[in-house]
Design a protein around this ligand. Sequence first.
Ligand code: ADP
Ligand code: ZN
Length: 520
Amino acid sequence: MSSTLDILKGVFGYPAFRGQQAAVIAHLASGNDCLVLMPTGGGKSLCYQIPALLRKGVAIIVSPLISLMQNQVVALGEVGVHAAALNSSLTYEEAQLVERKLLAGEYDLLYVAPERLLTERFLDLIARMPLALFAIDEAHCVSQWGHDFRPEYCQLNVLHARFPDVPRIALTATADAVTQNEIIERLVLHKARIFISSFDRPNIHYQIIDKINSRQQLLSFIQTEHSKDAGIVYCLSRKKVEDITAWLNAHGIVALPYHAGMSPHQRSQNQDTFLREESIVMVATIAFGMGIDKPDVRFVAHLDMPKSIEGYYQETGRAGRDGQKANAWMAYGLNDVIQQRRMIEESEAQKQFKQAAARKLEAMLAFCETTTCRRAYLLDYFGEKVAFKACGNCDVCLSPPDTWDATIAVQKALSCVYRTGQQFGAGHLIDVLRGNDTARVKQWHHQQVSTFGIGRDLSVKAWRTIFRQLIALGLLTTDSEGYGSLCLTDASRTVLKGQQKIFLRQLTERSPRLRKKQLN
Ligand code: ADP
Ligand code: ZN
């Protein structure tokens, strides 16, 4: 029998195992249960694919997503491994054929949807043949608290009951302890060894810049760092996806759009082109990405802030799956903060859900504004004990942001909010602070408030950065009617009374091209 490493090299063509793959494979191949927590892109599939080849009989892989099954079967076929999928996309005849081949012992792996696996007929069928192992992919689907809850997953304990001697492996990219315990309980994995991988993606460089002219900033970023690379650009709206695609194409960068408003045919065509060709930029809403396995995506850019750290981590995690250097780049500004707050306030969801969404957003904002290592922040958020303070591969570590004593400016901004009645957005407030005689200023007689013109010393950009940070810090909040008016908070009062010093980040413009322009 060939060794594990021989299979890795000879069949899959990889020189070495990653992370805990070797340990998981050895454990499972010798007949033991395990639970594997590994981030997306960590290489979970090999953890059961290689034991499937090492052990006698067919390996049964339970998977909730038909498209993922199909991709895996095709990929295995390409390296000469016999695999098939049984799910609702097959005709009756096709399914019959798969079952016949299965009985004849022609498969090393069989992917099957949980509802199919759970039928009496299928369970009887596999009871008649040697089984290498059971793999339960996306095992967090047992969790009723998660977004991916699948009731059938809760019945998968039948595997243990009916086939106590067949080793089982459960796999997920969801790390928290609650989900972990639910998986163990529901799948009866009390004896399973747990393999937890770090969620760190050391090859990804994190960078967040102040949004000034985001499409120009994006273009400079791609031109200077990724002119021949594949990448994904995430935008919030369909319209923006279209606009940015056109803008990039007009500047010589081959970009394709992807959003839910396009026809399924167009979407899958663009996805195929992206997967097949080397240097396409996919401009997409978050509808794009689930189950995409393109190892050489060199950058993921966000033109709008995601609404949670989980989303950000998942989306940026699509970069650099091959382990080579990759960039997670984001342009972030005042409007992102206001827009996301407004979306939560305007949603029809229950209060409890809104509060949870607001907390997630706060964590995301704090991540954007952090003056300490971004990687350490991310890992800490996912509950990992982080051994380092500075990773050396994020913008904060590489060029620590300058902070300044902004107490006076902040007091000016807050008192301007107060003097104008807490019913205006940042644009108007900045006009008042800078003493602009706009029609709106005249209409409200704001030339007469005491804060008119007291902020002439700072540019519009500087003021926008200040307002953004004030919202992120919880010193200002948007009104609940959703007009984007800024209001004071309890925390602002101590600052207004001059009892607290406030340090803010300097306006940073890391895009080299823009910086040059500014200096001229
Ligand atoms: P997950 O299921 O954890 O998201 P996959 O199993 O799809 O991850 O693997 C992610 C990518 O990494 C795939 O392109 C896979 O071929 C590649 N990969 C996995 N293990 C290795 C390895 N040991 N060496 C090189 N590439 C690997
Ligand atoms: Zn860092």
